[in-house]
Design a protein around this ligand. Structure first.
Ligand SMILES: Cc1cc2nc3c(=O)[nH]c(=O)nc-3n(C[C@H](O)[C@H](O)[C@H](O)COP(=O)(O)O)c2cc1C
Length: 200
């Protein structure tokens, strides 16, 4: 039987979405595991219903049942002033019922982000994205230094999660190290989720 891992992200210009797809590839390198790619809708300052009912590109919008049905979560956002973007926070703030019901308790989670600048707050974004997931009772996974790319990367990739540095014009391609680390994170998440599900 296949198990799903939810890969949930927000991305306005596509960089975080690229990381999401690499993590999904890593997840699917683990036997019996499938990635379920979903994005959170944008938010509008004027009304909650301004977004189109279906996204114009990228993954479908997340539904609450995705949180229930998946056995793990990879969650990503572009960095906004050293923190996650409002649409992801807005979605998380709507998960009070899932928190009360323990929907995510005991499931593993991993994080990813993208920034335009090298020291523009990747680690603070990854760490602050971890906080709501800890309230949800999830097991947080990072990347260990046994991943060789972590010691040699000159671009993104951190012990706290996968990342990409886009450059000021947003035109840096994903580097080999960023790619390797995103896939490794997906594999690690899927492998852990599979073991936890088997022992439940
Ligand atoms: C309002 C705003 C705030 C941002 N804050 C930061 C920041 O603190 N550090 C940084 O390096 N980049 C910052 N950026 C750049 C984005 O993080 C970067 O463009 C991101 O990789 C885009 O991801 P996406 O293509 O998935 O939308 C900011 C961008 C916007 C629009």
């Amino acid at each position: 039987m296949n198990h799903d891992i939810l890969v949930l992200y927000y991305s306005r210009t596509g960089h975080t979405a690229q990381l999401a797809r690499l993590i999904a590839r890593g997840i699917e390198e683990v036997a019996g595991m499938r990635a379920r790619l979903r994005q959170v809708p944008p938010v509008a300052p004027v009304t909650e219903t301004a977004q189109p009912p279906e996204p114009e590109d990228g993954a479908p919008y997340v539904e609450k049942r995705d949180l229930l049905e998946c056995i793990g979560l990879a969650m990503g956002s572009p960095t906004r002033f050293g923190n996650m973007a409002a649409p992801l926070k807005y979605f998380l703030d709507s998960t009070g019922a899932e928190w009360a019901n323990g929907t995510l308790v005991g499931k593993p989670a991993a994080l990813f982000t993208s920034t335009s600048s090298m020291h523009g707050g990747q680690e603070s974004t990854l760490l602050t994205m971890a906080l709501p997931l800890l309230h949800h009772g999830m097991f947080l996974l990072g990347l260990p230094y046994t991943e060789a790319a972590l010691s040699s990367t000159q671009t993104g990739g951190t012990p706290y999660g996968a990342s990409h540095v886009t450059g000021g014009k947003g035109d840096n391609p994903i580097s080999d190290h960023e790619r390797d680390l995103a896939r490794a994170l997906g594999r690690r998440l899927a492998d852990t989720a599979r073991k936890l599900a088997a022992s439940a």
